[in-house]
Design a protein around this ligand. Sequence first.
Ligand SMILES: Nc1ncnc2c1ncn2[C@@H]1O[C@H](COP(=O)(O)OP(=O)(O)OP(=O)(O)O)[C@@H](O)[C@H]1O
Length: 382
Amino acid sequence: MSAPASTVEDAIQAALATVNDPEIRRPITELDMVRSAVIGPDGVVRVELLLTVAGCPLRDKLRADITAAVGAVPGVTGVEIEFGVMSPEQRQSLQAKLRGGTAAAEPVIPFAQPGSRTRVYAVASGKGGVGKSSVTVNLAAALAARGLSVGVVDADIYGHSVPRMLGADGRPTRVEDMIMPPQAHGVKVISIGMFTAGNAAVVWRGPMLHRALQQFLADVYWGELDVLLLDLPPGTGDVAISLSQLLPNSEILVVTTPQAAAAEVAERAGAIALQTHQRVVGVIENMSWLELPDGSRMEIFGSGGGQSVAESLTRTIGAQVPLLGQIPLDTRVREAGDAGNPIVLADPESPAAAALRTVADRLAIRRESLLGKPLGLKPAGR
Ligand SMILES: Nc1ncnc2c1ncn2[C@@H]1O[C@H](COP(=O)(O)OP(=O)(O)OP(=O)(O)O)[C@@H](O)[C@H]1O
């Protein structure tokens, strides 16, 4: 005996509502992508689906998910899907919907809104090459592996290496003037490198950098993020200042090596927080030592840099700045980064991965303990 028609149709709608758009990660029904879904007398359901863009690379995934969900409804004998494309008006209304119903003329940065629950960490270093990007991608992957919703902005305009290190080499898709970020290892990533041709160098002045960063924060559809990490360029440049203006509640993570010369410049990068009234969440020492086959440690870059930056920032800023972790030198960190599979995932038992995970745990624990409460953080030093 077949079920009454209305019940089957309700069940089909309910099944469609379980299918998420793979990019936007919200149900296709909520996004008005399902134009029609009709069951014929033969039990075959014909679904007309509107894609956001014609060349949508995720068409096959949508087809498979819809077929599985609708095909499982009792009484359904088959599923046929016809793909169409949204009109400019439909895309505009989708964009307004994603922005929370406001077709804002001015770009709105969701993380800067009162009550935003997203923790924003800006990863800064004094010198280049200390492993800031490696630390950023590993923290992002470790936090995502804990089940948090994580985004990364590669704001290292001159040395953008985050997409490669995360293996996120897809191009962002556009819905009107909204940008859908590629994802890898559960992390949403956006980088200036995704908008430049090949390996072209970007020579931008302050106002252009500011605008690019604003666009990454406002025009990218991030969804509800638990954590947003920003990989800043080394030093105390324009991007750090712009970020503090765009996201005054962002917190700074300082990466240094144990070397005294690196530590001195790292202190300067951290001390910028005094002027920008940001909080410095802690210091991460990278390349701390190399473990030799006999188990002893060779301190290639000396020792004590991380601790000394933490102590000096604690004094300068007048608030506790802890040393969050020490990451050993390990060729596997580089190899994993080169392969687009961060070491916390590629070799989770290695000492470097364990040290990175411990730092990620400390960052995530702070957020979970605040879950459900407005953050209301007082900027350090005020
Ligand atoms: N703990 C580590 N052990 C071994 N190699 C590492 C480690 N950390 C980083 N590296 C390697 O060192 C190089 C520099 O690292 P990375 O690009 O992350 O630095 P960065 O501070 O972001 O540099 P820049 O700011 O100049 O882009 C990379 O080749 C990376 O793979």
